[in-house]
Write a protein of this length. Structure first.
Length: 338
């Protein structure tokens, strides 16, 4: 495969986009980059992002171009994240991205840049192919805007509405809210007073909309008399990897319930499989129960948990997917999942 075929292959998984920082990963050089910019078959979106001529424009492409232009590790931020999730009153007209402080001093051309003091790995998600903060992390950024004493009453109402809207959209859970308050308030983050007060009124498990998929799996396990899993537990080795949808209290097992909405694009798969690889490297077996099986094939859903438990009991650090997995060639860990 020559350099241009590699360019095309990668851009085909990224809304017809390629970033300059991806050259080394592709085994290409800056000379190839400049040849692409001069040969007439590629268009320049910024000094660091190109795309094949004729690639269709879309909101997804515009959002991803802004993230790629800002460099590796960048994500949609704040109001742009909320617009991407579909929160009312937010959109992508004035695109904002973020990356950690330090490292590159490059100023992106396609979006405003916010430099963060820290960004926890489990506060980064991929939604419809675009790396972004989680909705909860973006809401915290909104709370930060109202951190001053004189604005806290307004912020309390506005941020409370955002949390409730995110909860109805299933983009926010109260368990996740409490975990974030416990984790971030220790770092002196602005907005802590507002978020802590709002969390006190929104206790984990107090709403029927906490997570339909997680609740559905729990019901299916209860129906067959299987031992229950514990919901929304932070897992990892020496460093936390993030919250698992469920954790087995007796075995090194994390169980995820994956929706089709947020886990089906190539970028979604890459992000999820990186997470699963980190979990197996930290000593966990991973079970992944897919949305279609939870509703249409319940036996397959509970069988997947049972199989994952057998692997975990045997010390096999593998990834077990239910039959509804839509991914081609999913990562299965270091052993067989037969």
């Amino acid at each position: 495969m020559d350099w241009e075929e590699r360019f095309m292959d990668r851009s085909s998984t990224q809304e017809g986009l390629l970033a300059r920082f991806q050259l080394e990963e592709l085994g290409c050089t800056r000379d190839h980059w400049w040849r692409a910019k001069r040969n007439g078959r590629w268009t320049t979106l910024s000094s660091r992002v190109i795309g094949p001529r004729g690639a269709p424009d879309s909101n997804t492409r515009r959002a991803l171009a802004g993230v790629l232009d800002a460099g590796p590790g960048s994500v949609l931020h704040g109001g742009s994240t909320l617009g991407w999730f579909g929160f009312r009153g937010f959109d992508l007209r004035d695109l904002v991205v973020a990356r950690l402080r330090g490292g590159s001093t490059h100023q992106p051309e396609l979006a405003a840049l916010h430099r963060l003091r820290d960004l926890r790995p489990h506060d980064v998600v991929v939604v419809r192919g675009v790396p972004t903060e989680s909705a909860l992390r973006a809401i915290w950024a909104e709370a930060d805007r109202y951190a001053g004493v004189r604005r806290q009453d307004i912020g309390y109402q506005r941020v409370g509405h955002l949390l409730d809207e995110g909860h109805r959209m299933k983009a926010v859970t109260w368990a996740g809210l409490h975990e974030m308050v416990d984790g971030i308030q220790q770092r002196g983050r602005g907005g802590t007073v507002i978020m802590r007060a709002l969390a006190g009124e929104r206790l984990p498990g107090t709403s029927p909309t906490e997570s339909n998929l997680e609740s559905r799996l729990e019901k299916l396990l209860a129906d067959i008399g299987a031992r229950q899993l514990r919901r929304q537990v932070v897992v990892g080795g020496h460093e936390p990897i993030g919250r698992a949808d469920h954790r087995d209290d007796e075995l090194p097992l994390a169980v995820e319930t994956n929706s089709l909405q947020y886990h089906t694009t190539p970028s979604d798969q890459a992000a999820d499989e990186l997470r699963y690889r980190r979990l197996t490297e930290a000593g966990f077996t991973v079970g992944v129960v897919w949305e279609p099986d939870l509703w249409q094939n319940p036996r397959a859903a509970t069988d997947t948990v049972a199989r994952a438990r057998r692997h975990a009991a045997a010390g096999e650090r593998v990834v077990v997917h239910s039959p509804g997995c839509p991914w081609p060639d999913p990562y299965l860990g270091a052993g067989s999942c037969a």
